[in-house]
Design a protein around this ligand. Sequence first.
Ligand code: ZN
Ligand code: CA
Length: 374
Amino acid sequence: MKRIFTLLFLAATIIINAQERCSTTAHTQKLMDINPEYAKARAKVNSQTEQWIKDHPNHNEKTIITIPVVVHVVWNTTAENIPDSRVLEQIEILNNDYRRTNIDAINTPNVWQGIAADCEIEFCLATADPNGNPTTGIDRVQTTETSFGMSGDPVMSAASGGANPWDQDNYLNIWVCDLGSGLLGYASPPSGWPNPNDGVVIGYKYFGLSGSNGGAYRYGRTATHEVGHWLNLDHVWGGGWGSCGDDNVSDTPTQEQENYSCPGYPHNPNSCSTTNPDGDMFMNYMDYTNDACMNLFTNGQKTRMLAAINQYRPNMLNHDLCAGTVGVSETLNQKRELIKIVDVLGRTTTNQPTNTPLFYIYNDGSVEKKIIVE
Ligand code: ZN
Ligand code: CA
């Protein structure tokens, strides 16, 4: 009996080691090889970003940007057809991580607490589809494909068994599918070129709170990381591997290479010929550590994301795709009160049936879409 248990444990360990955190670097390279226009546009992004930051010294003024999301659940097996509750969990995780309301924010080492950012970016499941019809923001597509690779983005096209994107200028498209080969996810960084393969792809085992199937990546931070790429963040160690590269963010320490598992603090101090007693910021969402180890974006990363939205994804700033609220809303320092609850047809309701989207309207003008799931 004891022998069998040991063998099973070894098998599980091997599977976890075969996982690949993110292939955005390889995916971006491939996109640039296929589309020279994308390569040209991407080459300008860093200087355009620097210029935008210089031109907008007040970019940090108090506004919330709400990004409308469509989640394409492309499924072959029932396990891949993840329930709405998992999608809602993932949206909540994104909101907590980007607003720094994540409960593990206290785990950020003291030395970096002062630069840990409330990015003031929120996410909603879109309430209107590209034709203006009401939607849950969840697009389910059954497929005969048993898994999707990264190359050529087959999951992004109905013709190859996936789901077509919704207008990428207006929505953050997230595809959830079986990515095969242990890959957790990938994304396309922005530029001035309209990329028909724009969006984020996440393996279904790593989306939302996925339980033991997700292993060390079960707390939904693959999406936090990949949406960071979609908003123009680089890995904290920069471009290459083991090369002490630059992530174009000044408040993240220069780092030799990616980190896995969960190191102790301080980790790898004074690397890359620097004087840096604090070592790597391995708990940054843009490293490769376990989900439970990650807990911050920095102010510098926030600035880079705001520059990306303003320059390359401006439709996120002002839209009508989140329950009728505009994308940018003022932050009010008052406690809000619920005024009424309405259904998708705008009728006021008092009962709260399950699996039905309802809109909660508050006295500060904010609206939340909620679905009670059994
Ligand atoms: Zn990555
Ligand atoms: Ca840096």
